[in-house]
Design a protein around this ligand. Structure first.
Ligand code: ATR
Length: 272
């Protein structure tokens, strides 16, 4: 029997996940179907329960339900626990709802495997302190960067994220106007790009060695990456690879086989 999977969000019509997982399924010969389900804003829990009760095997969760998914889980992976958000759900043999967060892992795989950027010992700047950034900090720190600085418009929120990692001495929070010196890697995890905005950043953070990564993506270069290019950055990467890699991590968790991602990434790039 064909196993059922889906992504739940609101809105969800724009999601690329059904295309990505359909290609993974073909490439790894898995008998599965993956659809998109729009849950009412106040109806996430009944939507999830109904899906699993009718035999569904796994769900991805997207905006705005990732924190609600975290609360709903009876069992969470260590990564999901720290992230405070869940993007991958399944039921275990006892019927308990389990959750993982594959976003951070997906980002790191894209940066280090697809783009061959070494993070060990590097000076890394993370912009933003919302849910997206919280999800990437643990996998980022696991790469043993020399220093991670979180800069946010509301500095108290960056401090709160630093407090999640007591004893980690190479992680600190600053306000944008305290940013100084050059960084090897700058990751934009703010939602400013969505509104075509750019945080107030000094150009000295970018040099000809700097790699920038915008967790957003679109058919055009993001506002942040366009700015970084104008400052002379070495390479400016967008978040499409992160999207495909987080999907591959979820697929591996559900199916026990990790799909290759290069063909899917090339296909999505070609679509624009
Ligand atoms: P997400 O789940 O995508 O991280 P979020 O939790 O709403 O969404 O967080 C959005 C992040 O983008 C926050 O860090 C926010 O800064 P504040 O904490 O000060 O609100 C940041 N952000 C949004 N618009 C911004 C802008 N125009 N300039 C700078 N930062 C912005």
């Amino acid at each position: 029997m064909t196993d059922l999977y889906a992504v739940v969000g609101h809105p969800v019509g724009h999601s690329k996940s059904p295309k990505i997982h359909a290609q993974f399924a073909v490439a790894t010969a898995q008998d599965m179907e993956y659809t998109a389900i729009q849950a009412p804003l106040d109806g996430f829990v009944p939507t999830v329960t109904a899906f699993f009760d009718r035999g569904g095997k796994g769900l991805n969760v997207t905006v705005p339900f990732k924190q609600e998914a975290w609360k709903l889980c009876q069992i969470r992976t260590a990564g999901a626990e720290t992230a405070g958000a869940v993007n991958t759900l399944w039921r275990d043999a006892e019927g308990r709802l389990c959750g993982d967060n594959t976003d951070g892992c997906g980002l790191i795989r894209d940066i280090t495997c697809n783009h061959q950027v070494v993070l060990v010992g590097k000076r890394v700047l993370v912009l933003g302190a919302g849910g997206a950034v919280r999800g990437i900090l643990q996998p980022l720190l696991a790469e043993l960067p020399g220093e991670v600085v979180i800069a946010n418009r509301t500095p108290g929120k960056a401090e709160t994220l630093v407090d999640l990692f007591p004893g980690v001495t190479n992680l600190r929070a600053v306000a944008f106007d305290q940013l100084a010196g050059a960084f090897d890697v700058v990751i934009n995890g703010t939602s400013a790009s969505l509104a075509g905005d750019l945080p107030p950043l000094p150009s000295e953070i970018i040099t000809s060695q700097t790699v920038t990564y915008d967790m957003m993506y679109g058919s055009d270069v993001t506002v942040f990456n366009a700015w970084a290019q104008s400052c002379g950055a070495n390479r400016c990467l967008d978040g499409l690879g992160m999207l495909v890699e987080q999907a591959a991590e979820a697929f591996a968790r559900w199916r026990g086989v990790r799909p290759e991602t290069q063909d899917v990434l090339a296909f999505l790039r070609a679509l624009g």
